[in-house]
Design a protein around this ligand. Structure first.
Ligand code: SAM
Length: 276
């Protein structure tokens, strides 16, 4: 029985890994099965093998999307990793503006990859509005992508609880949100600056939509991937970035033993990756 359960786990685990990059160690087996059985019960599916076939051969990937909604960890909040956010504001944006001006360009493209419910992408939008008002004459594109369709809906809605705002400076709350009971509604001006779309980092067709990106935020996503998936995604990021572009990972993530393709740069408040 134990052996069969481990076999079933590995079968499904490897499929999820292949399709999403997320890799569940055996220690996560109980969590994995709890979520999986919840979904199978809802579908009235009793055999793991039947569910496997559904995931493997459904060309629309509709069932995969449902399962990923249950398996992904989507914890996020505004102004997460304050030192890095400060580097972005004080060093990265000025450097990018300088590069663009030297090239006679007035556009910026920023990608929040694995954006969850949008807090990261909207933090970027608010920072640009607050600190660089002169950029309102530029073409600014901020795009958030994720495989979890539920969090993407939440991102588009732009309504949050105080939990999402726990690290947000007061002046931003006062200026960019409208209180509605226990909820905080993000103002339209900020919402309009960001587009959200479904995008699987393991799918070349989704990622290749991005070209000449100036800065990629992919924070707290790769911690759920194994080394092989990370390598694949990092190459995609490299191809998507323009020369002189930046890649920002989560505070516990690094490319050590994964890739040397980017230059690691020490900014005043954090370490970031740079495409030379
Ligand atoms: C912990 S959240 C991080 C959110 C935000 N970047 C942050 O740091 O606060 C991780 C997000 O990555 C998404 N994710 C996981 N695998 C993905 C994949 N293959 N493609 C796109 N997004 C993925 C999850 O759905 C989840 O919303």
């Amino acid at each position: 029985m134990e052996q069969q359960e481990q076999y079933d786990f590995e079968l499904l685990r490897d499929l999820i890994w292949e399709k999403s990059g997320m890799y569940f160690e055996s220690t996560k087996r109980q969590f994995f099965f709890r979520r999986l059985t919840a979904r199978m019960n809802l579908l009235g599916c009793q055999q793991i093998k039947d569910y496997y076939r559904l995931l493997r051969y459904d060309r629309s990937d509709a069932e995969l999307a449902e399962l990923l909604n249950l398996l992904t960890t989507t914890e996020t909040y505004f102004f997460r990793n304050a030192p890095q956010i400060r580097s972005f504001e004080e060093e990265i944006i000025p450097a990018l503006i300088k590069q663009k001006q030297a090239a006679g360009q007035a556009h910026l493209q920023i990608w929040s990859a694995g954006c969850s419910s949008g807090e990261e992408a909207y933090t970027i939008a608010m920072q640009l509005l607050e600190m660089y008002p002169s950029l309102d004459r530029w073409k600014i594109s901020i795009v958030g992508t994720d495989v979890n369709t539920q969090v993407l809906s939440k991102a588009r809605e732009g309504v949050y609880t105080s939990r999402s705002l726990r690290d947000t400076p007061d002046k931003y709350i006062q200026k960019y949100f409208t209180r509605d009971g226990e909820y905080y509604r993000l103002n339209d001006r900020v919402k309009k600056m960001v587009n959200f779309r479904y995008g699987n980092l393991m799918e070349q067709r989704d990622a290749s939509l991005f070209q000449n990106v100036d800065c990629i935020f992919c924070r707290n996503v790769l911690i759920y991937f194994n080394v092989d998936s990370c390598k694949k995604v990092i190459n995609i990021f490299y191809d998507s970035l323009m020369k002189g572009g930046y890649l920002l990972l989560g505070h516990s993530e690094s490319l050590y033993r994964i890739s040397q393709i980017f230059k690691l740069v020490k900014l005043q408040h954090s370490l970031v990756y740079y495409k030379e």
